[in-house]
Design a protein around this ligand. Structure first.
Ligand SMILES: [Cu+2]
Length: 111
């Protein structure tokens, strides 16, 4: 029984510490803001520290895309595809959101 519980503990720790397949060094997220809703909506996305993140944004009205922790705020306009590229250099979990309305788009985990 003791053996089993230590095995479960190891599995649990591997899970919470994000072991296993390492985060990709490049990630692209296609974002669509339409009728007051956003896709993706709160999805978890992982990237390795120093990795490249590309957000490709289409919107049906003016808005601001905000990447928390990385000091990025970018205006987006209807009829334009906005590409936002940045280096994920801050370890942590950061929200990427729109401002009007305030919607959570992605939870970015930089590991
Ligand atoms: Cu914000």
């Amino acid at each position: 029984m003791k053996k089993l519980s230590s095995l479960l503990l190891v599995i649990f720790l591997a899970f919470v510490s994000g072991c296993g397949p390492s985060a990709p060094s490049e990630v692209t997220v296609n974002i669509s803001l339409k009728d007051g809703k956003v896709t993706p909506s709160g999805e978890a996305v992982s990237v390795a520290k120093g990795g490249k993140v590309t957000l490709v944004v289409e919107t049906d009205k003016e808005d601001i895309i905000h990447v928390h922790g990385h000091g990025i705020e970018r205006e987006v306009k209807p009829g334009e595809t906005t590409t936002i590229e940045f280096t994920a250099d801050k370890v942590g979990r950061w929200e990427i959101e729109s401002h009007s309305p305030a919607l959570l788009i992605v939870k970015l985990s930089v590991t």
